[in-house]
Each structure stands twice: as C-alpha cells, then as structure tokens.
Design a protein around this ligand. Structure first.
Ligand SMILES: Nc1ncnc2c1ncn2[C@@H]1O[C@H](COP(=O)(O)OP(=O)(O)OP(=O)(O)O)[C@@H](O)[C@H]1O
Length: 675
C-alpha cells in the first residue's frame, strides 16, 4: 500500500440557471441575469438595471445557462467525482438554491431514462459501466436513502418511513446513522428500483412556487467497495468510496411560497437548517481554524465530512432567471461564493476494518471448502448461523422468512422427499432449493437459529444443495470486471461443470420465485392493511355504541339485558333467550324460593311480607320479558302466567286495602310494543 499524501482541494462550486418556466412566461416576467458560460461568470444588474458599473459579478468553477442540457452538466460536475469514488475516495454532490430553482430537476431529472434524466441515474450508469469495463477487479455496491424532515431523520427504504433514526458518532469522529437500511445492488435495474421506492416515500408538497416542492433534504448514498487486481502490486487491497447525492430542500419566503400549517412548519425547519449550513460554510471559508458550528443542525452533521472533511465535494447552486426572484438569486450566489473557499482533504479509504467485500470473499471460500467436503461424502460442520452481520439489510428479508417457514413446513410434512431425489435430479433439486431467496447471505444477516429445522441434521445431499445455493447468491452479488482471469470463484466454477450449471439454474429460479413471492407478499400486505382498517372501523363503531349504552341505559337494565342474551355459536351472533327459557328460569326461581309458603301451598291468604317480596319479583319478571321482542304472543302468555299465579293467590281487594296497590292490568301486545 502506498503512503498517501493528503492534499487540500477546494470544494467545487458551479451555478445553473434554469429557463423561464411557463408561469413566468405567461406573466411576462423579464430577466436581466447575464451568463458568461465560457468565462464562468454570472452577473446581476446593480441599483438600476442599466448601470453596469454597479452590477454584481460572480465567478465560479463553471456556470451553466438555461440552454445547458443534463448530459453537459453531468460530465463537467459529477463524472469526475464518480470516477474518484470508484478509486476509493468519498464524494458528495449537492444542490442548493431557492425553491423551484431546479435542484430536483438537476439531481433526478424529469425521468429515470431519456435525455432529461439527471445526475443520479447517470451516476448509476457510470458506476456499473466502469465496473463492467474494469480489469480483474471485484466490486460490491451498497445503497441507502434517507431524508431529513423537520429535523427528524427518516429511512426512505424502511417499512415504517416515519420511524425516527438517531445520529451517532464513531470514535474516529465520523458520523453515522443507527439502524439505516443498506441494500446490496448489482445492476442499474436494482438500484433504480431502490431509488423509486425511496422517492415514493419522500415528503413533497405543493406551494405557490413549486407544484412538487421537496419538503425535506434527501441523501442517496452509494458505497462502492473494490478489490485491486491480483496482478497489481497492491494485490488484494480493498478500497471503499462513498458517494453522497444530496438534494436539499429549497430556501423560501413564506410571502412568496404562500405556505401555511404543515407547509409553513416545514419551511421554517428548512430555512433554519439551511441557515446552519450557511454558518458552517462561512466559518470554513474564513480560512481560520476557528470553531465550525457543525452541531447546530442535523444537516450540518450529515454533511460534516463533505465540508471541511476528507471528501471531494461539488456544490451545484441553482437559480431562477426572472427578475422578481433577483433577491433570492443574489442570496444564493453569495452563499455559493463563500463555499468556493472551503478546503477539503480527500483521501482514498483503504482496507477499512468493516469492508463487507472481504467478508463476502471469506464466506465464498468457506462455502467452497464445505461444498467440497459435502461432495466427498463428509457431512462437514454446519454452515448455518455462521455468517457475520454488518447491519446490511435485505430487500427480500420478509419474503425469505415466509419461504423458510413454508419449506420447513414442507420438510416436516414430507421428510423423505429430498432424500428420494435421484442422482439425475440433483440439479433440479439444487435449483428448487436455490429458489429460496437467500437475502440473509446476500446482505450479511446471520441466519436466525430458530428458523432452522430442528429435526435430524441435514443429510449430505441436502447440505450440498444449501451450500450451492448460498455460493450462487454470494457470487452473484460480487461484481467483476471484464476479463476476469484470476483463480477466483469463476475459475473454480469452471472446474466443476455441474456446480456451474447449478449456479446458473439457481440464479434463474431464484429470480423468478423472488418475483412471484414479492407479488404475493405485496397482495398479502394490501389485504392485511384492508383488514386492519376494517378492524379499526369496527372498533370505533363498537366504542361509539358502548358510549351510548353507558350514557343512556341504567346499569340495572344493562345487567338484565345481558342476562336475556346468549351467544349463538352456530349463527355467530348474540340472540335473545327464548321466552320459554326465561319463564322456566322464573318458575325455577320461584320453586327454589322458600319465602312464599302460603302461595306455594295455594293458600288464598298470603301474608303481607310475602306480597312485599313478590312485588319487585314480578316487576323484574315483567321487565325481563319486555325485552323479548321476538314472539309477542309467547311473551304475553308467559307474562300472564306469572300474573295469574299472583292473581290466583292474592285477593286484590285485600291488597288494595292493606297497601294501596293496584294489581297490574292484563298485558297487551300493543302495550308491549309501546314499552
Ligand atoms: N434546467 C431546467 N430545465 C427545464 N426545466 C427545469 C429546469 N430546472 C427546473 N425545471 C423545472 O422547474 C420546476 C421546478 O424544479 P424543481 O422541482 O427541480 O425545483 P427545486 O429547486 O427542487 O424546488 P424545491 O426546493 O421546492 O423542491 C420543475 O417542473 C422542473 O421540471
């Protein structure tokens, strides 16, 4: 390894001015910005637009006018940075400017393909193209995507985007984000898919200045690990470059953007963090070794190594051309002009301890050795649960768990199925097994022990299949240059034709099954969400009804209502007990009650204490029966039977004379309905 001399390098600052947009053209907006692309200058008129002596002239590393295309801008700003990242430098490209000035257009463009695609998709193309054309090198590419919204860090690739992440600092002083998902990608398609998923989660909103205004700062990070060619004098060394693609939210004036409510709160946070960034830029551009207020905001903490650190940084300041935005344009140009003075000290990151590529290679070597042992008939040590964790997460993690569960289920149900596979079917069996997504290996997650079959140890055939599958997945994740002639995985595969075929088939089957599983998973998630919504709606309705009952129905009545209901398992609903059942209960109660000996013996002269005890009883029975609105005739018959017992036994005149009580009238169905 060559000792590196760390040389200072200024942050590159370029300015891009967008064309007048349709609204500005419709409003006949004028422009007096002057752009001298060749001289890298941009000037604004002074006090009066004709007074050139007072005009403000700014010089930058490059200046791009409204006619500049995305390709030209990319070549002169981003391409050299990506080249450096592939060599192991850190690089940052960030856009800064007034809302609606063209930051997102510059970074992402109007589409992921086509001439108007922005810097981000072009970086993807350059990275994978360079890897493809590199000689004898191996690469591993990982990505993450986050946003800083209202001073909260969010993982745009997480299931729960709104979960807050925490900034942490390593002992080296480097800042990192705990729990941020990182995905291994091995093609432009892969990485574009990740970008699209994240973009869907990013917070955007409509303002008067921009229909699609970014309400958060976003950072898309690519980490490219590369291993130097084996024939190089630095053979076997790993270099790790990180590329941060930063799309800042725009500075805005509330009077112009017309923001209120949430939009206003967002604008306040955006302006605060941009002003903190301005303070860091000012402190760094002073050139004195004074205090740099990185800790003022999370944005400045995130950009710490890009401004004044070990990164190659390009700032793209975007401005609008219309005169009615001249104040904001002037402010952007001043801000950008200060940034030109920032000095960074970029260096190649060599052989970091946490390089994932090295672990991948070690795992591949280990798997190959185990596969050899398995082929020679020795069972070998279990490979399961051995893989180290880097916190690199899997796109297919959920899918994998489901597949594992199903496979274990199948294995339990048909334990002989695998061993019954004939030798001729070995390849197909390998492919079947490989169809199981192996994201744990692909993303370094250790295989959870509890997901392993707890039955007998895998037989030789089974472990060989599993080893082949793991090998295929790991090898697929490592990207190799064009003429790979080293005795690496490819050479070893050539020695073993069947293993090569296994790997190819495994990959194809794996991809196909993964797609199916992803579709199934997405359908299941939709269904689950709908069910959860339904449960929530039912719970609200129940709560509403419970509130009504609690407020309007007296507690005694509620108890009696409940006593009159029973759960019918067959119909799966609450039903009222039949009046017959109720009457039987009343009669049973009466028989059990020893209080009315005279009544029970048929005496016509019950004592007054017996009558007193009977009256509330009768009242209760009447009310109970009133709840049975099903069969009125039965209810009435039951009720009358109860009263008849009383009338047969009690002399109404005596009762009237002694207690002033009026015997109840015979019950009519009309009265019951009214009740
Ligand atoms: N150079 C350009 N050429 C053509 N159209 C452009 C250019 N720059 C921006 N636009 C258009 O202007 C509009 C606003 O641009 P954009 O969304 O990129 O602004 P922004 O600076 O990211 O705004 P915000 O900070 O509010 O997110 C978009 O419709 C975009 O397509």
């Amino acid at each position: 390894m060559v000792e590196q001399k760390q040389r200072s390098e200024a942050v590159r600052v370029v300015v891009r001015c967008r064309p007048l947009n349709s609204k500005e053209r419709f409003e006949d907006r004028t422009t007096s910005l002057k752009i001298d692309q060749a001289g890298c200058q941009i000037s604004l008129p002074g006090g009066s637009q004709t007074d050139t002596a007072l005009s403000k002239v700014f010089t930058f590393d490059s200046v791009f006018g409204p006619d500049c295309g995305q390709e030209d801008l990319f070549r002169s700003t981003a391409e050299p940075i990506v080249e450096a990242v592939l060599q192991g430098f850190n690089g940052t490209i960030f856009t800064y400017g007034q809302t609606g000035a063209g930051k997102t257009f510059t970074m992402e463009g109007d589409s992921i393909a086509g001439p108007d695609r922005g810097i981000v998709p072009r970086c993807f193309e350059q990275i994978f193209d360079s890897i493809k054309h590199s000689e004898n090198q191996e690469f591993l590419v990982r990505v993450s995507f986050l946003e800083l919204y209202n001073e909260e860090l969010r993982d745009l690739l997480a299931r729960n985007v709104k979960g807050k992440l925490q900034l942490r600092e390593k002992s080296s002083g480097d800042v990192y984000i705990k729990g941020l998902h990182t995905f291994v990608v091995n093609s432009i398609d892969d990485i574009s898919r990740v970008l699209q998923v994240g973009k869907k989660s990013r917070t955007v909103g409509k303002t008067l200045m921009n229909e699609d205004s970014s309400r958060s700062h976003s950072i898309f990070t690519l980490t490219v690990e590369g291993m130097t060619p084996k024939n190089d004098k630095d053979a076997g060394h790993i270099h790790v470059g990180t590329l941060n693609l930063v799309d800042l939210a725009g500075s805005e004036r509330q009077s112009k953007s017309g923001t209120t409510g949430d939009r206003f709160k967002e604008a306040t946070n955006i302006n605060l963090s941009l002003s903190a960034l301005g303070n860091v830029i000012s402190a760094l551009s002073d050139g004195r070794d004074g205090h740099v207020p990185y800790r003022e905001s999370k944005l400045t903490r995130l950009l710490q190594s890009s401004l004044g650190g070990n990164t190659k940084t390009v700032m793209i300041a975007t401005v609008g051309p219309a005169d009615y935005n001249m104040e904001e344009t002037l402010s952007t140009l001043r801000y950008a002009s200060r940034a030109k003075n920032i000095q960074n000290k970029p260096k190649i990151n060599e052989d970091p301890k946490d390089a994932v590529l090295r672990d991948y290679q070690e795992q591949i070597a280990r798997l190959k050795a185990q596969l050899e042992e398995a082929k020679s008939g020795k069972p070998g040590p279990s490979i399961l649960g051995e893989l180290p964790s880097h916190g690199v997460q899997s796109i297919e993690e959920i899918v994998e768990q489901e597949v594992r569960r199903r496979l274990q289920e199948q294995a339990r149900q048909a334990p002989l199925q695998l061993s019954a596979t004939s030798a001729g079917d070995a390849t197909a069996a390998a492919a079947d097994q490989a169809a199981m997504p192996a994201s744990a290996e692909a993303h370094d997650l250790p295989r959870p022990a509890e997901t392993l079959p707890t039955t007998a140890a895998p037989d030789a055939n089974e472990s060989r299949v599993e080893l082949s599958r793991r090998l295929a997945v790991l090898e697929k994740k490592l990207l190799r240059g064009q003429s790979h002639s080293i005795s690496g995985p490819a050479a070893a595969t050539e020695q073993d034709g069947s293993s090569s075929l296994d790997s190819q088939l495994s990959s194809q089957r794996y991809e196909a099954t993964l797609r199916q599983l992803e579709a199934a998973q997405s359908a299941r998630e939709t269904e689950e969400r709908q069910l959860q919504d339904r449960v929530a709606a039912l719970r609200d309705e129940l709560k509403f009804k419970e509130d009504i009952i609690t407020r309007l129905v007296p507690a005694g009545h509620r108890a009696r209502m409940m006593a009159s209901l029973s759960w019918d398992e067959g119909q799966r609903k609450w039903v009222q007990r039949s009046p017959g059942t109720c009457l039987e209960a009343v009669q049973a109660r009466r028989k059990a009650r020893p209080l009315l000996p005279n009544l029970a013996s048929g005496s016509l002269h019950p004592s007054s204490s017996e009558i007193d005890a009977l009256l509330p009883d009768l009242q209760l029975e009447r009310e109970t029966l009133q709840h049975h609105q099903g069969n009125l005739q039965e209810i009435q018959a039951a009720l009358e039977a109860v009263f008849k017992i009383a009338q047969d036994s009690i002399s109404s005149q005596r009762i009237a004379a002694h207690h002033g009580w009026k015997p109840p009238q015979p019950f009519s169905s009309q009265a019951l309905q009214l009740a």
